[in-house]
Design a protein around this ligand. Structure first.
Ligand SMILES: C[S@@+](CC[C@H](N)C(=O)[O-])C[C@H]1O[C@@H](n2cnc3c(N)ncnc32)[C@H](O)[C@@H]1O
Length: 431
C-alpha cells in the first residue's frame, strides 16, 4: 500500500515545526516515497497547511478540550491537515474527514480515530462561527506581525494578505538567445498564456504555472524561472562588456546567470555554502555560461580576494526572506525574532568588507528579499553615515512605501516578490 498523502503531509509539518527542517529539505524526500499522482495534492496540503499554520493551530486549540500530548504531535498535525482541507480546499468533506482519520489508523494511532472524527466533524458543522473571529487570521507569527505593524502601519494587513497568496510563475528570457518579444511569440505558438513584466525588461509572467520542461528552450538555457524582483538585481547593476564583476552571495545562482546573460563580463561568484555552490554550477551549465566559483566567506577578503578591484559588486545578502513568504511559507515557522538581529550583523559586516573591493567610480548593489527595515534601509542609512566615499544612486522604480534610503518593494499578488535595492556609487576620489 502506498503512503497516505495526508499522513506524509502531517509528517512534513511535524518535521518542520518540531525539528526546524525546511520544506525545501523535506518535500523532495517525501515525493520519492509517494506515487507520482499523489504529488500535486501532497504539495498543496503541505504548502497550504504551512501558510495557514498559526490560524490552523488556533482552530485546533478551540476544537480540543485539552491539548494533544507532546509525544503525539503527529496526530496534532493530522488534525491541522484535516481542518485545512475542510476550511480552504475544494476537497469533498467526506473524503477530507475519512481519509484524514484513516491516516491516523495507517500510522498505528488507532486511539486518535474518535478524537479526529469528533473534532473534524465539529469543525465541519461550526466552520463559519469558528473562523469568523480568529485572533491569528493572517496566520503570521506574533513577532513578525509586530515588526510589520511598526514598519508599515498602513500596509501591514495588505502585506500579510499578499504573503498568503501564491505568487505568479515568472520567467527570465536569456537575451543572448531571444528578445522578450521573440520568446513571447514562441510561447504564443505553443498556446502558453503569458505577459511581459512591468519592470524587468526580460521578464514574463505565466498565466498559470507550467512544468519547466514544457517551456520552449528551457533545456537549452533560453529561459529561466526567476521572480521579477530578483531580475531587477542584474538590471539595476547594468553590467557592461569587459567589466570585472563580483557576485558575493551567489547560490543557487539565479542572479549569477542573469549577470552573465547581460554582458561579456569577468565574473567571480562566491558562496559560503559549498553544497549550494554546486547548484550555481548546474544552473550555469544549463545556460552554457561560466564564472569563477569559490566556496568561502565573502567577508573574509584574505580567503579569496587578490586585491584587484571590481567595477560592479552584487551583494544579494543573506536575509530573513520575509519578502518571499508567499513562495516559502515555512519562513513564518522557521525564522525567529532574534535571527533578525543576527542577520543584520552579518549584512553589516559583508557590506563593510565588500565596499573595499569596489573600484573608485564603481558601484555596489545591496539587495535582500526582506521587507524589514533593520535589514534594508537602516543598514544603508548607517553605512552612508560612516562612508564619505559612498553615495546613493537614484533608482527609477515605483514603490508603495517611502523609505529613507533605497527602494523597498512589497509583495504584489500578480507581480513581484518583496525585495529591497540600494545602489551605491563609490566616489572617484575620497573626501
Ligand atoms: C539570498 S541568498 C543568494 C541568492 C542568489 N544570489 C541567487 O540569486 O540565486 C544568500 C546566499 O548567501 C550565502 N551566504 C551567507 N553568508 C555568506 C558569506 N559570509 N559569504 C558568502 N556567502 C554567504 C548563503 O549561503 C546564500 O546562498
Amino acid at each position: 500500500m502506498s503512503l497516505s498523502t495526508r499522513l506524509a503531509a502531517a509528517d512534513t509539518l511535524y518535521q518542520m515545526v518540531e525539528h526546524g527542517r525546511s520544506l525545501n529539505d523535506l518535500i523532495p524526500a517525501n515525493l520519492e516515497k509517494l506515487d507520482i499522482d499523489q504529488h500535486p495534492f501532497y504539495q498543496q496540503l503541505v504548502y497550504g497547511a504551512t501558510r495557514y499554520y498559526f490560524a490552523l493551530d488556533e482552530i485546533a486549540s478551540l476544537l480540543l478540550e485539552k491539548p494533544i500530548k507532546e509525544k503525539e504531535r503527529l496526530v496534532h498535525m493530522l488534525l491541522l491537515v484535516g481542518v485545512y482541507q475542510l476550511w480552504k480546499l475544494e476537497v469533498a468533506d467526506h473524503a477530507a474527514l475519512n481519509e484524514t482519520v484513516q491516516a491516523a489508523v495507517d500510522s498505528k494511532k488507532q486511539w486518535a480515530k474518535p478524537l479526529l472524527n469528533a473534532t473534524l466533524r465539529r469543525f465541519q458543522r461550526e466552520k463559519e462561527q469558528i473562523t469568523a473571529d480568529l485572533r491569528r487570521r493572517d496566520s503570521f507569527p506574533g513577532w513578525l506581525n509586530k515588526r510589520l505593524r511598526k514598519a508599515y502601519p498602513d500596509h501591514w494587513q495588505d502585506i500579510c494578505q499578499q504573503s498568503n497568496q501564491l505568487g505568479p510563475m515568472t520567467l527570465r528570457v536569456n537575451q543572448r538567445h531571444h528578445t522578450r518579444d521573440a520568446w513571447l511569440a514562441l510561447a504564443d505558438e505553443q498556446g502558453l498564456e503569458c505577459q511581459a513584466t512591468e519592470y524587468s525588461p526580460v521578464g514574463i509572467h505565466l498565466a498559470a504555472p507550467a512544468p519547466v520542461f514544457a517551456l520552449p528552450g528551457f533545456e537549452q538555457g533560453q529561459i529561466s524561472v526567476q521572480d521579477e524582483a530578483a531580475q531587477m538585481c542584474a538590471t539595476l547593476l547594468n553590467v557592461q562588456d569587459g567589466e570585472k564583476v563580483l557576485d558575493a552571495c551567489a547560490a543557487p545562482g539565479g542572479k549569477t546567470g542573469h549577470l552573465l546573460e547581460s554582458a561579456n563580463i569577468d565574473l567571480i561568484a562566491l558562496d559560503v555554502d559549498e553544497r549550494r555552490l554546486t547548484r550555481v554550477e548546474e544552473n550555469l551549465s544549463r545556460i552554457g555560461l561560466a564564472a569563477t566559483l569559490t566556496a568561502c566567506d565573502a567577508g573574509d577578503l584574505a580567503q579569496w580576494w587578490n586585491g584587484e578591484a571590481f567595477d560592479a559588486v552584487l551583494l544579494d545578502a543573506p536575509c530573513s526572506g520575509t519578502g518571499v513568504i508567499r513562495r516559502h511559507p515555512d519562513i513564518k515557522l522557521l525564522r525567529k525574532s532574534a535571527d533578525i538581529t543576527a542577520l543584520a550583523k552579518v549584512q553589516k559586516n559583508l557590506l563593510e568588507k565588500l565596499w573595499s573591493t569596489v573600484k573608485p567610480g564603481g558601484r555596489l548593489l545591496y539587495a535582500t528579499c526582506s521587507i524589514l527595515p533593520d535589514e534594508n534601509s537602516d543598514q544603508v542609512v548607517q553605512f552612508l553615515a560612516n562612508h564619505a566615499d559612498a553615495e546613493l544612486l537614484a533608482l527609477n522604480l515605483k514603490t508603495d512605501v517611502a523609505c529613507e534610503a533605497g527602494v523597498q518593494w512589497l509583495p504584489r499578488s500578480e507581480g513581484h516578490d518583496g525585495f529591497y535595492f540600494a545602489l551605491l556609487h563609490k566616489k572617484a576620489t575620497e573626501q
